[in-house]
Design a protein around this ligand. Structure first.
Ligand code: ME8
Length: 521
């Protein structure tokens, strides 16, 4: 049986249009999903939208729309964006999907019956116009942080999940399975900030929020956010429905990739819910860092999102989705915060994609055309230079696989670019144009074949990250296989003719682009 790989993004709130921040996680997961598919695994890549709660209702009302009408539009916009960015998700879940709502009700009822959910009262500072509860620490100058109006202390009947009973069990989980929560620094955050001070029970229902899934046995309550959202990872697989074959096949998840601000819910609340239900835990929760812009976290509610110059809907058609994807993988050290800046993006575009990868491909292809009429040459006795190139390439292949096992897309892309850099250095060293002048055809053929094999291997590895440009190169080389093949040798190319290839990443005039983007912003 094929090995399986189940990967998820968070389900995003469609209260506003998705930002480059949401795209970041989705793009990261896409490379991991594609990489595992190319390894021949049976991959399920899940993403979706988290559609209940007050904020959604308010956003819809503001636009004079019903929730459903508003959400359908936002979901369409989200799916369009994922298409634009070449996201190869296998399933898109909406928490308003009927099967999800039914399964969440079942989870709630089961937890209640098992004694993990009990009725209590929720106390907090209530803002009547916003219909929102706030904790003392969320208030700004004692007022509502959203509308800045007066709040009053209020109590409301609510159900609670006994999270407080799970502290020890979660600590044991981290100890016995150090791979469960990554990167390692997140474990300390969870232990020191939340578990050691003592976990509080979690409020899981509201009577004041109407846009939500009703509690089956007490329908004046709606199920409150996290306990509706987190189970999407199993309801999407048909857990609790008549057909749970996907659940049987794909659960437990191999990795939930999320932003660091929701690690607490995924690494404490979610395992606690699963333990209470007696369901296996996911193998790994990876809490990556934030994409920052101008010193701030890029977020839906902030003004930064209005900057056209960081809107992926503008960037992708202008610079290709491959370029945006590559930039995010390479520039933001995976697991840590990193900056998006237009200058850095344009600089990397020119240095890495245009001058390094693009130029390597185009100069090699044009030499094969010039000297051998575009016929892929055979190779002869390799020299020390050739062997060094080959050894280096094969060592980087190993590195890429090792990094990808650790989900480290930043180091993996760096290793792939090491291959391209090395090949460019090799060209300078062996000077094929000078060899051509000597008339040593065998030597020239060997050099060009070694370069083409290097490009083949580099493009194979790069395909999960930059699927469009890499596939163009692989097609031009006559590599049809969609799975990784011949990554441990230089005999992967078949005899034949190189197909013509356009310039992959035409060099950009940085100043002109900066000016054009600033006019849009
Ligand atoms: O939290 N940098 O949804 P959300 C990096 N519905 N990642 C970012 C980012 C940034 N600047 N901005 C957003 C929710 N993200 C819940 C999740 S899951 C069961 C429920 C990404 O729309 C990152 O993955 O606020 C973050 O965790 C997620 O978007 C937050 O999306």
């Amino acid at each position: 049986m094929k090995e399986k790989f189940y990967i998820t993004t968070p389900i995003y709130y469609p209260s506003n249009k998705m930002t480059l921040g949401n795209a970041y996680t989705t793009i990261v997961c896409d490379a991991l999903a594609r990489f595992n598919r190319k390894q021949g695994k049976d991959v399920l890549y899940l993403t979706g939208t988290d559609e209940h709660g007050q904020k959604i209702s308010q956003s819809a009302t503001k636009l004079g729309k019903s929730e459903k009408e508003f959400l359908d539009e936002m979901v369409e916009d989200t799916k369009d964006l994922w298409k634009l960015l070449d996201i190869s998700y296998d399933k898109f879940i909406r928490t308003t999907d009927d099967y999800h709502e039914k399964a969440v009700q079942k989870i709630f009822t089961e937890l209640y019956k098992k004694g993990y959910i009990y009725k209590g009262s929720y106390k907090g500072w209530y803002c009547t116009p916003c219909e929102s509860f706030w904790t003392e620490s969320q208030l700004v100058d004692g007022k509502c942080p959203d509308c800045k109006r007066e709040v009053k202390f209020q109590e409301e009947e609510a159900y609670f999940f006994k999270l407080s009973e799970f502290g020890e069990k979660i600590l044991k989980l981290y100890e016995e399975h150090p791979e469960f929560l990554q990167p390692k620094s997140r474990v300390n955050e969870m232990v020191n900030n939340f578990i050691k001070p003592g976990l509080s029970d979690l409020c899981v229902s509201r009577t004041s929020v109407k846009w939500g899934v009703p509690v089956e046995f007490d329908p004046k309550h709606t199920i409150y956010v996290w306990i509706d959202a987190l189970p999407n990872y199993i309801t999407a697989l048909g857990w609790g429905s008549e057909d749970d074959s996907l659940f049987k096949k794909f659960w437990p998840a191999d990795v939930h990739v999320i932003g660091k601000e929701i690690v607490r819910f995924h690494a404490i609340v979610w395992p606690a819910i699963l333990m209470a239900l007696g369901i296996e835990l996911p193998h790994c929760v990876f809490g990556h860092g934030w994409l920052m812009f101008g010193g701030d976290k890029l977020s839906k509610s902030k003004k930064t999102n209005e900057h056209e110059c960081i809107d992926p809907r503008i960037l992708a058609p202008r610079y290709t989705s491959d370029a945006i994807r590559y930039f995010l993988y390479r520039e933001i050290p995976f697991g840590y915060d990193g900056n998006y800046s237009t200058e850095a993006f344009l600089t990397r575009f020119n240095a890495d994609l245009s001058n390094n990868f693009g130029n390597l491909v185009s100069r090699t292809f044009s030499m094969v055309k010039k000297y051998f009429n575009s016929q892929i040459p055979e190779y002869y006795q390799p020299t020390e230079d050739d062997n060094m190139l080959k050894d280096y390439v094969l060592s980087q292949v190993k590195d890429v696989f090792e990094q990808m096992k650790k989900f480290d897309i930043t180091k993996a892309t760096a290793s792939i670019f090491n291959i391209f850099t090395e090949a460019n250095t090799y060209i300078q060293k062996v000077q094929p144009w000078a060899v051509a002048k000597t008339g040593d055809e065998k030597r020239l053929k060997t050099i060009l074949r070694y370069l083409l094999e290097t490009i083949r291997i580099g493009s194979e590895l790069f395909e999960p990250f930059a699927p469009t440009s890499s596939r163009k190169v692989l097609d031009a080389l006559g590599v049809e296989d969609k799975l990784f093949t011949n990554l441990d040798n230089f005999d992967g190319l078949k005899e034949g003719e190189l197909k013509p290839l356009d310039i992959l990443f035409p060099r950009l005039d940085v100043n002109a682009e900066l000016e054009a983007l600033s006019k849009l912003g």
